[in-house]
Design a protein around this ligand. Structure first.
Ligand code: COA
Length: 160
């Protein structure tokens, strides 16, 4: 059985992330979405809120589960014996960061664990969680970019 991890901050999850999750779920027997607490970012949503949002939005994907972790990604990956770590590439600018991370992780992962990259669908190639938050906070429209139920929660946080 093949298992993969798709990890990130997901603060909040966007339709760009959901696109990657849906496509990756067809490539592996089991996909874990791993919410990470990144101390360099000040999150809008707690880890628990983010896990609950992702669980709700992926409920119809039978082979997808949601977890959270802190610390080194490679430690979590090795301990859980994943076969692969999935990453989405939105633009050439993502490549610089991703290749550095993949090459560092290659040193840290147990033998045989691969980083796998999926190109983001073009309609989501410009989205980031920060941009979504900024636009919503200023009362702008992000319809179609974020799952409906999560959009309501973002609006609630910003009182808009
Ligand atoms: N669609 C939409 N947005 C996307 C996206 C996609 N397909 N892919 C990435 N993004 C966005 C995210 O929303 C995020 O936006 P933000 O910066 O506005 O919040 C941004 O791109 C970066 O996302 P991501 O690459 O998921 O970064 P991250 O900080 O959320 O998580 C980890 C990256 C978890 C893989 C990395 O930080 C990590 O491994 N941390 C653990 C510590 C560690 O092991 N470090 C050593 C690594 S070698």
């Amino acid at each position: 059985m093949s298992t993969a991890l798709y990890s990130g901050s997901f603060d909040p999850m966007t339709n760009g992330h959901l696109d990657i999750i849906t496509r990756a779920s067809r490539m592996f027997d089991h996909l874990v979405v791993g919410v990470i607490y990144n101390p360099n970012k000040s999150p809008l949503f707690s880890v628990e809120e983010r896990v609950s949002q992702i669980q709700r939005v992926t409920a119809d994907l039978q082979n997808v589960s949601v977890d959270h972790f802190t610390g080194l990604l490679a430690d979590y990956v090795n301990a859980n014996r994943f076969d692969a770590v999935v990453r989405g590439l939105r633009a050439t600018t993502d490549f610089e960061y991703e290749i550095q991370m993949a090459q560092m992780n290659a040193r840290l992962f147990a033998p045989g664990i691969e980083s796998v990259f999926l190109m983001t669908s073009p309609e989501y190639s410009f989205i980031s969680s920060s941009m979504v938050k900024e636009v919503v906070s200023l009362n702008g429209c992000v319809d179609g970019l974020v799952p409906e139920t999560i959009l309501e929660e973002i609006k609630h946080k910003f009182n808009v």
